[in-house]
Design a protein. Structure first.
Length: 705
């Protein structure tokens, strides 16, 4: 049993282990010393096993004897191993013709006339096996008694078969031409033996490894050293597999390799698991984009490599309104939408820079060796590409992105600072208008720091009744009378004084606080309108409905409840909605139709700044189009503005909409709008937003005048 254990250990363990640990060039000094100590221990254990073998056993390298066990020392009549080791084979009439072996993977048997030290000869049936011994190719010879030879021969045939069943083996000549391939090699490569014999290993190259990789292999084994490593190969059907490989050079009389034995083990599953773990560590499983860690590491490397005189840009991209979609349609829908957004972003910026998913609905884009003008062009290209709607799970959606940009070296010298400043710039554009880009400026830092204070302040203001409504009159241009008002929220904070809507509305939208705030505005405005009616002022009131409230809340039920509670006739309520609700045309149409059936007037606010197309306008139950102030500002001086407003007015009239214009500040603008048949106007030319009492005074003055 001892001899069988030795052979199995040699074939299945020690050749692999010694080959694996051999190449000193692959270790740092400290690690190499540790590995060397392990090899010494392993060699010692190996020798102890052979020492206990009762058979004639020695190891040689064809030039001299390297090791003999105690049984051999006794058999040769020596008193100490030193009388034998170091001597040549011929001193004991031993011969070993390596050139005559056609296949070194086979166990070789021969009869040997062995000369004892006293000059006597004994015939021994000898079995030889190629091994790695103390970091060099060698041959182990084992003597077998005639009575045991047949049984032992069959045992080693069985061992050899077992080896072929568990190990991929190939033998090549010194030119790398395959001379032997076992069945395991054929099975994994899907080539027949006759297809492999006579070929080089190029037949299974996968092109995964570089030329330098294979040059290193050849350099190592041609020097007579064992090479150990992992190789990715390609099977006949084009599939790939990984093998843990030990290549052992077999040396001739001149210590030159004349054959190479490649011992391989299939590690495809473990490599796939390793690649899966690595991918999970570096890539986002949902979008398949580089994850936060990956893109941050890329940025750190890019900062080291940025060329002198060049800039590097960090673009922080945020998906406007994603939480609304996620909360409205569920996480599965949100996931599909995120994948679609990520795919379009990747397609848009792939040739410009590296993109990764930073967190949630936020993405990072790194643009190397660029400048401000170029990165602004890229940002505008991204926003332009997102004008095309998305189709997700049968829903047509319009998506916008807010993009903040920081530039190295002006806005930071390290990854963390550049990302933070790009995030700050992104928040600014998101707060002001969304769907655009903004470069970082130092002054933005303070405003960003107050965000959490404002959020907490809104919560307190809702509890403490710190909000109030002002009302801006709406004038009928044909009769020059006041026909309604728009309710506008103001925040009177005991801590900060009057807080501009521009500072708190965007934060309320982002945090979801816009929903309770909008409910309060709706209820307060309807209650006030009912009071005016009771006093004889037949005024309509217009209330802005946020996108979040429109989609997340049961807005139809909310409006119905408020009208019932306040007693306001629905025909005196106008709901102003922005074009952003058209992100989901089907749902918008259903909700608007229900509101319309209640008798409520539907107005599209800030018309011209969002998503509207003629086809969408024609589908929805809309009563009014309210032209945004930005278009009115430049009329009648600017010809382009004049042409644009005229076009909007004509289009709206032909579609049967009542046309409203906001932001009127002088008589020239009023005259222009009268000429082009605008129906209703509002602006500081008529009145700033005022209190309910002032509206009552204004009403009587206007009607009387």
């Amino acid at each position: 049993m001892v001899i069988e254990l030795i052979v199995i250990t040699i074939l299945l363990v020690f050749s692999w282990y010694l080959g694996k640990e051999w190449d000193q060039k692959r270790f740092e000094v400290k690690e190499y010393k540790e590995k060397k100590e392990q090899r010494v221990k392993t060699d010692d254990m190996f020798e102890r096993m052979m020492d206990h073998a009762s058979q004639f056993l020695f190891i040689h390298n064809d030039q001299q004897i390297l090791y003999v066990n105690p049984a051999t020392i006794d058999m040769l009549g020596a008193s100490d191993a030193r009388e034998i080791t170091g001597h040549s084979l011929s001193d004991f009439s031993l011969t070993y013709d390596v050139e005559s072996r056609d296949d070194i993977s086979d166990v070789c048997f021969m009869n040997q006339q062995v000369k004892r030290l006293n000059g006597e000869y004994e015939t021994i049936r000898m079995m030889s096996i190629p091994i790695i011994f103390k970091q060099q190719a060698a041959i182990m010879c084992i003597g077998i008694k005639d009575a045991d030879s047949s049984k032992t021969h069959q045992q080693f045939i069985n061992i050899n078969d077992a080896l072929n069943e568990s190990t991929i083996i190939a033998i090549t000549n010194r030119q790398g031409v395959i001379t032997y391939a076992n069945q395991m090699f054929c099975d994994i490569s899907q080539y027949k033996q006759e297809e492999l014999i006579g070929q080089t290993h190029r037949i299974i190259h996968s092109n995964h490894h570089s030329k330098e990789f294979f040059k290193d292999i050849w350099r190592t084994i041609c020097e007579g050293n064992v090479w150990k490593g992992e190789i990715k190969n390609r099977a006949k059907d084009g599939s790939h597999y990984w093998v843990d490989t030990t290549i052992v050079p077999i040396l001739d009389h001149n210590q030159k390799p004349y054959q190479y034995v490649a011992i391989r083990h299939n590690i495809t599953k473990s490599k796939e698991m390793e690649e899966s773990r690595e991918r999970l560590a570096n890539y986002d499983p949902l979008t398949q984009l580089p994850n936060r860690y990956n893109v941050s590491q890329y940025l750190a490397r890019a900062l080291r490599d940025v060329r002198i005189g060049k800039q590097l840009a960090v673009m922080f991209v945020d998906f406007d309104g994603f939480k609304l979609y996620n909360d409205t349609y569920g996480h599965s829908f949100g996931d599909e939408l995120l994948k679609s957004v990520a795919e379009r972003l990747q397609e848009t910026v792939a040739k410009y820079g590296k993109i990764g998913r930073y967190a949630g609905d936020e993405f990072l884009i790194i643009v190397n060796n660029t400048d401000r003008k170029n990165v602004e062009r890229i940002a505008k290209r991204i926003n332009k590409e997102f004008e095309t709607p998305f189709i997700v799970m049968g829903r047509e959606l319009f998506i916008t992105l807010s993009i903040g940009i920081s530039l190295y070296p002006f806005d930071g010298l390290d990854s963390e600072t550049l990302i933070k400043n790009a995030d700050t710039a992104m928040y600014r554009i998101k707060r002001l208008e969304k769907n655009g880009c903004s470069f970082f400026e130092e002054k933005y830092k303070h405003s960003n720091l107050t965000k959490i204070n404002i959020e907490n302040g809104i919560r307190k203001a809702l509890r403490n009744d710190e909000f109030r409504l002002l009302y801006q009159p709406k004038i009928d241009l044909k009769t020059n009378t006041i026909v309604g008002t728009e309710a506008l929220v103001r925040w009177e904070s005991p801590e900060w004084g009057t807080v501009s809507p521009g500072k708190f509305i965007s934060i309320a939208e982002e945090t979801g606080l816009i929903v309770p705030l909008s409910k309060w505005v709706l209820h307060t405005a309807c209650h006030q309108a009912k009071q005016w009616h009771n006093q004889g002022l037949t005024l309509n009131v217009a209330v802005n409905i946020s996108v979040r409230q429109f989609y997340l809340e049961n807005v139809v039920a909310t409006v119905s409840d408020v009208l019932r509670e306040t007693g306001l006739n629905p025909k005196h309520l106008t709901l102003e909605i922005t074009e952003s609700i058209f992100q989901d045309v089907v749902k918008s149409k259903r909700i608007l139709q229900q509101l319309k059936e209640m008798g409520i007037t539907i107005s599209i606010d800030d018309f011209g700044t969002g998503y509207s197309s003629l086809s969408i306008l024609n589908q929805l139950p809309i009563d009014q189009l309210k032209v945004d102030k930005s278009f009115i500002d430049d009329v009648p001086e600017n010809e382009n503005a004049v042409t644009l407003v005229k076009t909007i007015m004509n289009m709206g009239k032909h579609l049967g909409f009542e046309m409203v214009a906001e932001g009127i500040e002088d008589i020239e603008q009023e005259t222009f709008l009268k000429k082009h048949e605008c129906d209703i106007v509002q602006g500081y030319y008529y009145s700033k937003p005022v209190s309910p009492m002032e509206i009552q005074t204004y009403y009587y003055l206007r009607q009387g005048g």
